[in-house]
Ligand binder design. Structure first.
Ligand code: NAP
Length: 255
């Protein structure tokens, strides 16, 4: 019997998990991407791309495609799709489990200012001009138009369009991982005095946080949004080990 598994992706871990589960002959995997990135990395498993059309669209998809398990492996700041997935799974009685990497914790030497949103991060920069590395992705960069007095270095995977209506900005296109030594060199090259970051967790983008600590630079850290209360694992291996339980809980219990 083949089990159909829908992985909601857009993260490195989702791709790794898809690759790992695809090795199982009894699984049929589909990896779903939002379709925002212009040239997503080759994923090596069957893919679909683009929104489902809210909760109802996703519920209809789960029903139509006879999905046996949903794995929410989206980015921790992708709160809407996570909420939609939890609700669509509930409505269709399809099991769901989330892959949620742990957030970073501040350590001695870190100078973090915690804020609730990207808009609040823009305010937290204050009135005096700063030299800011924005590493929050492209979708919300526009929020910093409210603080045009700062000089920005904005790094994103895809180009930011339209360009920001601020006078002093450099755009950098790059895809992680970003090692600490490279991040430090970047912060020094542009004389950055403030990093704005999401608390993404994981190793791939931690380099800027470690480099900021080493240089005594402030990090304005946008807190994670609330996410649905569903079963979850922190790593690809942990989640892969849980999958059978969700697909066949009765057999797992040996009943
Ligand atoms: P979001 O605000 O939670 O989702 C917005 C809408 O995009 C959803 O309602 C859904 O449209 C669609 N969508 C999101 N993820 C999808 C997926 N994996 N497959 C199909 N449709 C999806 O999400 P977001 O913050 O825009 O993030 C979009 C994608 O980028 C996600 O896959 C996420 O994992 C990835 N990503 C996000 C961040 C971040 O900081 N937010 C960082 C790295 C990667 P419908 O309602 O029409 O279904």
């Amino acid at each position: 019997m083949t089990h159909r598994i829908l992985i909601l992706g857009g993260t490195t871990e989702a791709r790794q998990l898809a690759g790992k589960l695809a090795r199982r002959k009894d699984f049929s995997i589909t990896l779903s991407l939002a379709g925002r990135t212009e040239s997503p990395m080759a994923q090596g498993v069957p893919m679909r791309s683009g929104g489902f059309g809210g909760v109802q669209g996703l519920a209809a998809y789960l029903h139509r495609e006879q999905v046996d398990l949903v794995i929410d492996a989206t980015h921790p700041y992708a709160a809407r799709i996570s909420a939609n997935a939890a609700e669509a799974a509930r409505q269709t009685s399809v099991p769901i489990v989330a892959l949620r990497r742990a957030g970073w914790e501040p350590v001695a030497g870190d100078r973090w200012t915690l804020v609730e949103s990207v808009a609040e991060a823009a305010k937290a920069l204050g009135t005096a001009p700063r030299r800011v590395l924005l590493a929050i992705g492209r979708q919300e960069a526009g929020a910093f138009e409210t603080a045009p007095q700062h000089r920005y270095l904005i790094r994103s995977v895809d180009p930011i369009e339209p360009k920001l209506a601020v006078p002093d900005v450099v755009y950098l296109l790059a895809r992680g991982p970003f090692p600490e030594a490279d991040e430090r060199a970047l912060l020094e090259k542009y004389a950055i005095d403030t990093v704005v970051s999401k608390n993404s967790g994981g190793e791939a983008t931690y380099g800027k946080i470690a480099a900021a600590r080493a240089l005594g630079i402030e990090v304005i850290m946008v807190r994670r949004p609330p996410l649905p209360d569903i079963a979850s694992a922190e790593t690809v291996d942990q989640l892969a080990a849980m999958v059978d339980h969700f697909l066949d809980p009765v057999a797992e219990r040996g009943v």
